[in-house]
Design a protein around this ligand. Structure first.
Ligand code: ZN
Ligand code: ZN
Length: 262
């Protein structure tokens, strides 16, 4: 079996439909032998917290970087809102810092950013061409590190161009345990195809719980089973150790430093 030390996708009460505090998540993470976790609450125009999500998540600075021996990275899971690959709050000036958009303000100061689709912005879920272009645009957003649960969002896309672009840019594709455990009917087939293509193309992935309660932190078993069946190379899992995840985030820091200097 795989040994995975970091859970890179977790939700706290700040997401409103999740049930544990960051401290509870960290305590459970420590008990499960994890060495790191990223707090990635939802930044969304549609889900419960709406307008307050930029403000609420920006205040992660009050949290320590380490709790119970677990490194806690301050991240976010932000909504993709259209086929152009725009993200939530990308088109609105921030309430307190109107010289920046809400998205820019929030994403530029996070350790880690996942971009995912939650509420459908198109009833028909788009064409494969539209979705492929959308995911390419999201990957080219310098603030985004990972495409979240693309296997369960029902926006089918062409795998090779998207996965290879992620690889070229030093980004990762998420393999989400919750997708396989809680919505297997929709997700099992696409998730398997994505994992297989990542294996064949050598594309980095994150393996995550996407837990909405501390009791689910570090739960990766459904993805691990799939990876085991596929003979998936461990070195492509960027969160396999605290150090490998640090190295992945170092790529983000370099990218953003280059952007600031440009
Ligand atoms: Zn999500
Ligand atoms: Zn999530």
């Amino acid at each position: 079996m795989y040994r995975i030390e970091v859970d890179p996708h977790t939700h706290s009460v700040i997401s409103l439909h999740a049930y544990s505090t960051v401290e509870e998540c960290a305590r459970h993470a420590a008990e499960r032998g994890l060495r790191g976790m990223a707090v990635t609450d939802h930044c969304s125009l549609i889900m419960a917290q709406r307008e307050h999500s930029v403000e609420a998540i920006s205040n992660q600075r009050v949290l320590p970087d380490e709790m119970y021996g677990v490194r806690v990275w301050k991240g976010v899971e932000i909504d993709i809102v259209d086929f152009e690959g725009r993200l939530a709050f990308e088109d609105r000036p921030d309430e307190f810092h109107p010289e920046k958009t809400g998205a820019e303000l929030l994403l530029s100061s996070r350790d880690f950013v996942i971009a995912s689709i939650h509420t459908p912005f198109d009833r028909d879920r788009g064409t494969v061409e539209q979705n492929t272009a959308m995911y390419l645009a999201v990957l080219r957003n310098p603030y985004v590190d990972v495409l979240g649960h693309t296997g369960r969002s029902r926006h089918a896309y062409e795998l090779s161009p998207v996965l290879l672009e992620a690889k070229r840019l030093g980004k990762a594709i998420e393999l989400n345990n919750s997708s396989l455990e809680n919505s297997a009917a929709v997700s099992a087939k696409p998730c398997r195809a994505i994992a297989e293509a990542c294996r064949d193309l050598g594309v980095p992935v994150t393996v995550s719980s996407d837990c909405h309660s501390a009791f689910g932190i570090g739960r990766f078993s459904a993805v691990e089973r799939l990876l085991w069946e596929l003979g998936f190379p461990e070195e492509l899992i960027v969160n396999r150790t605290r150090e490998s995840f640090e190295a992945f985030l170092e790529g983000r820091r370099r990218r953003l430093a280059a952007l600031a200097g440009a």
